[in-house]
Design a protein around this ligand. Structure first.
Ligand SMILES: [Zn+2]
Length: 250
């Protein structure tokens, strides 16, 4: 092989290998959206001291149910799974199990969006933020209870490739939702995307974000949550972000 031909061959081989390394199950098109309204039943979540003790569990369920309707209307091809669709208590491990074990179909993937309201002892704190798992937290994909279809999905990649791709997808999903929420609510304080050790985000083992829609402990935010117009606007903003992510990754 001549020197120049060798060089070109080497470049082509490199491109091919880097292409292989970049491709992951977490780069696949999205078929399934799993919506997880936090709390429920005996667990009210945070309770407002304003608006007749408005409860987080009711606010987040209302938002999630509207997100489902918006996604169904705008993108009927997507399947939407709810971890709860009424006022019932679902333990965290059951929510994560739904994320882990919902089969998105071959060559497709599912994403998990948990919806919460924030709360803190300082009344002046307000705004929205989006949580993703800590980048350093390594997820174990090959667990003892792994199902056959999952084994097939993960077998082609190493744990570190899967973790890197999962972090990439989490960041993209969070950024897409952050940007649509900022567009819809330009006056609301944008507290950004934060890495946090949240059990359900770690345990879901698929691209996952937790949207803290705003602070139920803040009077203005709480007043917003008590209005059905705000609930609808927030649902539209989150749905738009999810659908933008779906469009980018396809
Ligand atoms: Zn919560």
């Amino acid at each position: 092989m001549k020197h120049k031909t060798k060089y070109v061959f080497f470049i082509i081989l490199l491109c091919f290998l880097s292409g292989l390394a970049a491709y992951s199950v977490f780069d696949l098109p999205v078929s399934t959206i799993i919506l997880d309204p936090g709390h429920g039943g005996t667990d009210p979540g945070a309770v407002s001291q304003f608006n007749g003790h408005l409860m987080e569990k009711d606010v987040v369920l209302a938002i999630a149910l509207e997100i489902r309707e918006i996604i169904k209307a705008k993108h009927p091809g997507l399947s939407v799974v709810m971890t709860r669709e009424d006022d019932s208590f679902i333990p965290l491990d059951q929510r994560a199990a739904i994320a882990r074990t919902t089969d998105p179909g071959p060559n497709e993937q599912a994403v998990f969006i948990s919806i919460h309201t924030n709360s803190i002892g300082i009344e002046s704190v307000s705004g929205f933020e989006i949580l993703i798992k800590s980048m350093n937290k390594k997820i174990q994909f090959f667990t003892s209870g792994i199902q056959g279809w999952q084994l097939l999905r993960y077998a082609k990649e190493s744990d570190s490739q899967l973790n890197a791709a999962l972090n990439r997808a989490n960041t993209m999903l969070a950024s897409a939702i952050r940007s649509s929420v900022t567009d819809m609510f330009p006056d609301m304080r944008d507290r950004g995307v934060k890495e946090q050790d949240v059990w359900v985000l770690n345990a879901s083992a698929i691209p996952s974000v937790l949207v803290e829609t705003s602070f139920i402990s803040n009077e203005q935010d709480s007043n917003n949550m008590a209005s059905s117009e705000w609930i609808t606007a927030m649902a539209h903003a989150i749905a738009e972000g999810i659908l933008n992510f779906v469009a980018i990754i396809q």
